[in-house]
Design a protein around this ligand. Structure first.
Ligand SMILES: O=C(O)C1=C[C@@H](OP(=O)(O)O)[C@@H](O)[C@H](O)C1
Ligand SMILES: C=C(OP(=O)(O)O)C(=O)O
Length: 406
């Protein structure tokens, strides 16, 4: 798809964004445990729909569940199904999902008493799961590969007889996602004690009727921050967001102050504006261990601005929808910049300008398509397989049109 920018008449853009897929998918598992939970504003992303569909089928009659590319659905369902006596099935996903590790979670669940077998390769989906009730109440797990393994255990913990105490080994990655899970549990009345390296989730069999409204997705809004930075002028009003967000990616508001974007919280929306006469830094250094999904957005913003950047804390990017460090290097260098990657960092040194007529490969990664789209404000470009955005943000291109990207 060829993308170009035609400034629209208005300078003030107002729109809403779909619900957070991370929050939605946590509450879908909680709803499977506690029927009297009512959810509003769920994400319309593929990742949420695939989980919703899997949970809506009678498990006894289900032989296989395919969750495609959805990491959260894969990890959360592995834990949920292994505790559900009706489950006797194969849980699988896309080719890439079969290359994303799950051994740490499977080992943890097995040590609690689960029956899970690898169908193809040791340590990777597909999994054959026979659900049963788990008896143990303590587990240690390494926390530096994916926080989703720990979230998966936290979400099933209320259904265990004595709850679950999880000890986190090694450095914790993506920690705000664990806080989000703790908050989701607490919001339905489950007690959680969260210390720096241990999490205790208490047992709960019933909850009071509870209604939850899902906040919009902060990772998705990051692309609009990037657009506004690269536009000459404009303001944006985007809903529904809260100042005390559960989402770690709300940190994007702080990060983009470095690029001259001010965020004002107004009731249930954010208002973004450009600071007058802002002087851009020559170089920016950010540690993104808490917010890995923002790395691509920020790297491409820096490319568009010609600002050098050093992003660290990125070791998990290799096991996401694609190896995002390699993908970023490949695509950014097409524009004439230099990118040096290590196991956990990306250093971008801008070139003298931006090369034209660049075609962006998206590697079946929604965030590759969405992160590069704002660059079209500076240079016409082509995004290959633009439909990948539906993993988290099906309306992405429609919203881009609102601000002038066609
Ligand atoms: O729990 C979640 O909802 C997520 C946790 C993060 O994954 P890791 O913990 O694997 O970094 C994040 O990248 C992903 O998009 C969503
Ligand atoms: C990494 C992501 O998702 P998941 O791990 O849930 O597939 C993402 O949305 O960027």
């Amino acid at each position: 798809m060829k993308l170009s920018y035609k400034p629209v008449k208005t300078n003030h853009f107002q729109f809403d964004i779909t619900g957070s897929k991370s929050i939605s998918n946590r509450y879908l598992i909680l709803k499977a445990l506690f029927a009297n939970l009512e959810l509003k504003g769920l994400s319309n992303s593929d990742d949420t729909q695939v989980l919703q569909k899997a949970l809506s089928k009678p498990l006894k009659e289900t032989k296989e569940i395919d969750i495609h590319h959805a990491g959260t659905a894969m990890r959360f369902l592995t834990a949920y199904l292994s505790t559900n006596a009706d489950a006797n099935l194969v849980l699988t996903g896309s080719q890439r999902m079969q290359e994303r590790p799950i051994g740490i979670l499977v080992e943890a669940l097995r040590s609690l008493g689960s029956s899970i077998e690898y169908v193809k390769n040791e340590g990777y989906p597909p999994l054959k799961i026979s659900g049963k009730s788990l008896q143990k109440e303590e587990i240690s797990i390494s926390a530096d590969v994916s926080s989703q393994y720990i979230t998966a255990l936290m979400l099933i913990a209320p259904s265990l007889k004595n709850g679950l105490k999880i000890t986190l080994e090694s450095k914790v990655t993506s920690k705000p996602y664990l806080k989000m899970t703790a908050h989701a549990l607490e919001s339905v009345g489950v007690r959680v004690d969260f210390d720096s390296n241990s999490i205790k989730v208490y047992s709960k069999t019933e909850i009071q009727p509870t209604q939850i409204s899902v906040e919009s997705d902060w990772s998705s809004v990051s692309y609009f921050y990037s657009c506004l930075v690269l536009m000459d002028a404009g303001t944006m009003e985007i809903s529904t967001f809260y100042k005390d967000s559960l989402q770690g990616d709300s940190q994007v508001a702080e990060f983009y102050r470095h690029f001259g974007i001010e965020t004002i919280f107004d009731k249930e929306s954010i208002q973004l504006s450009k600071v007058d006469n802002f002087e851009l830094p020559k170089k920016i250094e950010l540690h993104l261990n808490d917010t890995p999904d923002l790395a691509q957005t920020i790297a491409v913003t820096c490319l568009g601005l010609g600002v050098e950047c050093l992003l660290t804390g990125l070791h998990t990017l290799k096991v996401k929808e694609t190896d995002r460090l390699v993908a970023l290097k490949n695509e950014i260098e097409k524009f004439g910049a230099e990118v040096i990657i290590t196991e956990e960092s990306l250093h971008l040194k801008p070139g003298s300008g931006l090369n034209s007529e660049v075609k962006i490969e998206t590697y079946q990664d929604h965030r590759m398509a969405m992160a590069f789209a704002p660059l079209a404000i500076k240079k016409d470009l082509e995004i290959l397989n633009p439909e990948v955005v539906s993993k988290s943000f099906p309306d992405f291109w429609e919203k881009m049109k609102v601000i002038g990207l066609q």
